[in-house]
Write a protein that binds this ligand. Sequence first.
Ligand code: ATP
Ligand code: MG
Length: 267
Amino acid sequence: MSDLLAFETDSFPGLELLSTNARNCELTKADALEEFKRLRIEISRLQRVLYAENQQSLLVVFQAMDAGGKDGTIRKVFQGVNPQGVHVASFKRPTQLELEHDFLWRIHPHTPAKGMISVFNRSHYEDVLVPLVESLTTREVIEARYEHIRSFERMLMDHGTKVVKLFLNISNAEQKRRLNERLTNPDKRWKFEPQDLEKRTDWKQYMSAFAVMFEETSTPEAPWHIIPSDDKWYRNLLVARIIFNTLESMSPEYPKPKYDLTNIVIE
Ligand code: ATP
Ligand code: MG
C-alpha cells in the first residue's frame, strides 16, 4: 500500500480512493482486457462524434510519480483514436522563458479547442508539487496557485471543456522495480534520469504534497481520481472506464447537415 493511501479517505472530497493493486478485486485479467478493448472502440467512436459536433471538448490530466506509467497509459488508452482529434502535451521542467511568465502561460495554449481532446502528460499541477517539495517558492505562492488552478479549470469548464484529472498511484516498491528495469533493460535505459532517484528520496514529501493538492483542487465537477496503478492492465481499464463515462456523459451528437440534402443527386 502506498503512503498516500495511509491518509484518511474522507479528508479528500470528491476522491475515489482504491487499493493500489488489483489483487483483491474480483475481476480477472482476461475479463479486464476484453472490457478494455471494447471501451477503446467506444472511446474512438465517441471521439468521432465529439469532433463532428465541434461544441465541447475534453481535457485529460495525468499526474504520477516517475515511472508511474503516464506514457504507457496514454499510448494504450488512446490507441485507435483519430490522431487529428487528439493533442498530447508533455510538460517538462520549465525553461528560463517559461519561468519568466506566470505558471499557466505555457499550459493555456494546449487546452483543447472545441471538438478536441487534449491529454496532459504532467501539467500545471507540477507547479504545486515540485516547488513545494524542493522549497523553490513560498507557501503563499503555492496557496495562491491552488486558487488560480481552480479558477483556470472553472473557466475552461465554462467554455465547454470537461476536465478529467487522473493520478496514477504506484507504490514505492513498484517504483523501485520499474526504475531498476530502466537500469537493466537495454530498451528502457534511455528513460533513466538520475533526478528520478532524488525525487524518490523525497517520496514522503511528494505524497504529502499530492494529498494537499487533491484536497485543494478536487471539485465536484472535476474531482481527482486516484488510479491504482501497480498492475498495468487494471490501471488501463479504470482509466478507459473514466474516459468512456465522461465522453458518454457529454452526449455529443453529429450536427444536422448545413444544407437541405433531400434533392441532391450526385451525377
Ligand atoms: P518518464 O516517466 O518517461 O520519465 P517524465 O514525465 O518523467 O517521463 P522527464 O523528461 O523524465 O519526463 O521529466 C520531466 C521532469 O520535469 C519531471 O521531473 C517533472 O517533475 C519536471 N517538471 C515538469 N513540470 C515542472 C514544473 N512546472 N516545475 C518543476 N519541474 C517540473
Ligand atoms: Mg522521468
